[in-house]
Design a protein around this ligand. Structure first.
Ligand code: ZN
Length: 188
């Protein structure tokens, strides 16, 4: 079962801080393989374990960094340090995020322009990445998932109201809703 259903906003696991990974080995490796397959099929640029119903502090990503190098990987038990966050108004054209757990929607929010993320890989080797721009944004978005926070929780009031309306219209915002990449088409 490599491609797994993706939980939709309202599923409690998305709104609960995830637990640190303590067991490394075959089960974790399989989970992460499923996460890569599910992210690729969605398609998405990142996926956190709670999005497929697993309450664990691990996420995968696949996105070019600011130098244009393709970056693909997994981070377990991450720790995130944010650079400065500008003040002002979020920009629709350059700062709009989407989320596979709020499928088909995009809204802008201001994020830190740079981050330093540390954690471990599947073999418990240390990872340390300095990221800027959209690569840094993806780490912030995925790390938030592990804290039980969705990007829509961080929107300015005006957009929060719009999202609330969308959630009502789709009948989201309650448990047991998911979509399956490759089968359900929620982008259309
Ligand atoms: Zn997301």
């Amino acid at each position: 079962m490599p491609i797994r259903p993706i939980c939709i906003v309202g599923e409690p696991v998305l709104h609960t801080p995830a637990q640190p990974v303590t067991e490394f080995g075959e089960a974790l490796n399989q989970l992460v393989e499923d996460m890569f397959d599910t992210m690729d099929k969605a398609p998405g640029v990142g996926l956190a374990a709670p999005q497929i119903g697993e309450n664990l502090r691990v996420f995968v990503y696949d996105y070019p960094d600011d130098e244009g190098n393709e970056r693909r990987g997994v981070i377990v038990n991450p720790h995130l340090v944010l650079g400065p966050i500008r003040s002002g108004t979020p920009d629709w054209d350059t700062e709009s995020e989407g989320c596979l757990s709020v499928p088909g929607e995009r809204f802008p929010l201001i994020r830190a322009e740079s981050v330093r993320i540390t954690g471990v890989d599947l073999n418990q080797n240390p990872i340390e990445i300095e990221a800027t721009g959209w690569f840094a944004r993806i780490f912030q978005h995925e790390f938030d998932h592990l804290e039980g926070t969705l990007y829509i929780d961080r929107l300015v009031d005006e957009y929060k109201d719009e999202v609330a309306e969308i959630i009502r219209e789709w009948g989201w915002g309650k448990p047991n809703l998911s979509w399956l990449p490759g089968k359900d088409n929620l982008e259309g």
